[in-house]
Design a binder for this molecule. Structure first.
Ligand code: CP
Length: 338
């Protein structure tokens, strides 16, 4: 059966640790030939700086070829709808071809397909199905990699690699995921991912957010809770910044839109504006025992996080960004190397 990388929930801790160990070796010896003659299609439905650069560069550094495609902008727009009886709808809209053809055709050309497809931000009930990447996984005959949809598993690996570099063993350490202000409602992907990877690697996990409206999808809350319990740890939820920062070894910041307001963002706006004080600053960080700080990037300075925190020696967001290169090369070696 084809092995995909859609969510770290499908991979064991030992398998993920194997990728992280391999990534550390690749950091020391970045150039190789393991992907010689191999190719990877990178499908971007949304913008990117880090993901695109690190995947293209990573494939190149291992001797392979990456092909970037932007459906609807240089490549044909794609239809994803499939009916309950297995048929497809009449395609009389904007899409020129169906994912069934796209996934199968690309599988004849390339050795892996990587997909970035953010939610449409209209109905969470629809977006939580993760239909785009799941359709590629169903119809492709080569490995499919999630480059951020409703989770961001490559970012998870990069974060863990940065944390292990600084903390060593992570079991029993305390990880706080804090919501932080942003003028727009953003994807919950990195927040979902931060919770599940921290739980999987044995942290005591705290989710700090302005109110119950900002709780993450129950699928990820439950997964994190179960994994914490498995390790004898706990998932704590708080809306009080003072409590959220207390005792944290790691503070990870991300902004996201409140799920109950999905598609009705004007109604969420007053709550969001009232929570500007969740911005990560030196005073909050001072409540921790010298915690590490990180963020997936891009980050709006002095909106989500102050200069003082981002420019402090405890900030590891640049290391985390660098690690995207190493962990994705390790992943590609694992999935498609000769
Ligand atoms: N963190 C991350 O995925 O960055 P990009 O959106 O720039 O790819």
């Amino acid at each position: 059966m084809t092995r995909h990388f859609l969510s770290t929930l499908d991979w064991s801790r030992a398998e993920l640790q194997g990728l992280l160990d391999d990534a550390r070796a690749l950091q020391k010896h970045p150039i190789g030939r393991e992907l010689e003659g191999k190719s990877v299609a990178l499908l971007f439905f949304n913008p990117s700086l880090r993901t695109r650069t690190t995947f293209e560069l990573g494939v190149h550094q291992l001797g392979g070829k990456a092909i970037v495609l932007e459906p609807g902008k240089g490549a044909w727009p794609i239809e994803f709808a499939e009916l309950l009886d297995g048929s497809t709808p009449v395609m009389d809209g904007d899409a020129e071809e169906h994912v069934r053809e796209v996934a199968k055709v690309l599988s004849r050309y390339v050795d892996a397909i990587a997909v970035r497809a953010f939610p449409k931000f209209q109905r969470w009930e629809d977006d939580r199905k993760d239909s785009v990447v799941q359709a590629f996984a169903r119809h492709a005959t080569v490995p499919v990699i999630n480059m951020e949809t409703i989770t961001h598993p490559c970012q998870e690996l990069a974060l863990l690699m940065a944390l292990q570099e600084r903390l060593g063993a992570t079991d029993g350490k305390r990880f706080t995921l804090t919501w932080t202000y942003h003028p727009r409602p953003l994807n919950t992907a990195v927040a979902n991912s931060a919770l599940i990877i921290a739980a999987k690697f044995g942290f005591d996990v705290t989710l700090l957010c302005p109110s119950a409206d900002y709780l993450l999808d129950e699928r990820y809350l439950k997964a994190a809770e179960d994994m914490c319990r498995h390790h004898g740890r706990a998932l704590k939820i708080t809306h009080d910044p003072k409590e959220g920062y207390l005792g944290a070894d790691v503070v990870y910041a991300k902004s996201w839109g409140a799920l109950p307001f999905f598609g009705r963002w004007d109604e969420e706006k007053p709550q969001r504006e009232a929570a500007r004080h969740f911005m990560v600053d030196a005073a909050k960080m001072a409540q921790t025992p010298n915690a590490l700080f990180s963020h997936c990037l891009p980050v709006r300075r002095n909106v989500k996080v102050t200069d003082e925190v981002l420019d402090s020696p405890r900030a590891i967001h640049i290391d985390e960004a660098e690690n995207r290169l190493h962990v994705q090369k390790a992943l590609l070696r694992r999935l498609i190397a000769r």
